[in-house]
Design a binder for this molecule. Structure first.
Ligand code: GDP
Ligand code: MG
Length: 374
């Protein structure tokens, strides 16, 4: 079944579609005959037109989706495999996050592919001593908190960048509380250690005051001295991350249909809507039917973090996905569905629900004037 549209409801009620459209317009909804509408709106219309209307409950995959997403890896009853840790770099503005992630990427690209990495990417994977680490480049701690709030947290570990010449600043404190709320291990990168006259003890003291107790003081947080600018300490940082990951034993299942999170969506002139996504578990393949928030589609092509075409993407792999019907929003989760009709239905139902939620927020009828202001 597909969602109810203005047309199908009009036919079911034996009324002209324009009567329905007029009523919806009064409620602040500008629709055309092919638009979907939710049950609540349908019942409202029926009431206003004095038509008896009963709505058969629509088959709803949402509960099934939630059930799958919340299922623990062990519940699949298949072997768990190691997966690369997913690391988010956080820190106060100008403390060197961008310089650090650029430095890590340019000196550790998987397969030793050299240089020329200027374009922005949402996530990438680097190799170090035969092991992989996935870095997620969130636009900042606000986005990190937002994703966590939406249940789309994908971070296993946080690298907290603290500039040695500046110390713990307000955003550093916010990042610490986000990382603690997420319950993920923190590794501190004490950056800009190339600068003269820095006071390491002061930084360690400030960190301790905010609940980050350095291991050199008997605590459980590693503080790695780096200079993102000069490239010193980077190997040390990667090794510390891999060691921390080893202790955590990040494992998951890879031989199931994939699910994951869209980190960023955008429109590509040639390829249409694209999603920068991260596979959480399972393996995503060309031809898979996915829903991703309110968008859906058949995976037509996939690209890795270097822009190369790939056929499949396993756990913790950052991947650019082509084939969705519209640009998905950052933080929306994707899931492989049995068939394209199922994926379409989920996306369309979510879209319709989203619209009615907006409508409810707006409340009451709107005037024409109000309407055209938007
Ligand atoms: P972000 O806002 O945290 O992303 O910080 P950026 O990476 O943009 O860096 C802010 C400024 O600090 C830039 O001018 C960088 O060149 C400089 N910077 C970053 N890392 C280092 C470092 O290790 N040493 C020094 N001396 N400067 C650095
Ligand atoms: Mg930056």
């Amino acid at each position: 079944t597909s969602p109810m549209t203005v047309r199908s409801l009009a036919e079911a009620m034996g009324r002209p579609a324009r009567d329905l459209i007029t009523i919806m317009f009064k409620h602040g909804e500008m629709v055309t005959i092919n638009d979907a509408l939710d049950d609540e709106m349908a019942l409202e219309i029926a009431m206003e037109l004095g038509v008896d209307l009963t709505i058969e409950p629509e088959e709803d995959f949402e509960d099934a989706i939630t059930e799958i997403l919340e299922r623990s890896d062990a519940d699949f009853g298949i072997d768990l495999v190691a997966r690369p840790p997913i690391v988010t770099v956080l820190g106060h503005v100008d403390h060197g996050k961008t310089t650090l992630v650029d430095r890590i990427r340019s000196s550790n690209v998987v397969d030793g592919e050299a240089g020329g990495i200027t374009q922005h990417i949402a996530a990438y994977q680097v190799g170090h001593n035969g092991q992989k680490v996935t870095f997620v480049d969130t636009p900042g701690h606000a986005a990190f908190g937002e994703m966590r709030a939406r249940g789309a947290n994908v971070t296993d570990m946080v690298v907290l960048v603290v500039a040695a010449d500046d110390g713990v600043m307000p955003q550093t404190v916010e990042c610490i509380s986000h990382a603690k709320a997420a319950g993920v291990p923190i590794v501190v990168a004490m950056n800009k250690c190339d600068l003269p006259d820095i006071n390491e003890q002061r930084i360690l003291t400030e960190l301790s005051q905010h609940g980050i107790l350095p291991s050199e003081w008997g605590g459980d947080v590693e503080v790695v001295r780096v200079s993102a600018l000069q490239g010193t300490g980077i190997d040390d940082l990667l090794e510390t991350l891999l060691l921390t990951a080893e202790l955590q034993e990040f494992r998951t299942v890879d031989s199931i249909p994939a699910d994951g999170v869209c980190l960023e969506g955008f429109m590509d002139e040639g390829r249409g809507p694209l999603a920068w996504a991260l596979v959480r578990r399972g393996t995503l393949r060309i031809g898979d039917n996915i829903c991703c928030g309110t968008s859906f589609g058949r995976v037509r092509a996939m690209y890795d973090d270097a822009g190369r075409e790939i056929q499949e993407a396993g756990p913790s792999t950052p991947v650019k996905i082509a084939g969705l019907d519209q640009v998905p929003s950052a933080g929306s989760r994707f899931l492989v569905m049995d068939d394209i009709e199922q994926a379409r239905e989920v996306a369309e139902l979510r879209e319709a629900r989203g619209r009615s939620a907006v409508l409810a927020q707006r409340g009451g009828p709107v005037s024409l004037e109000d309407f055209f202001k938007h």
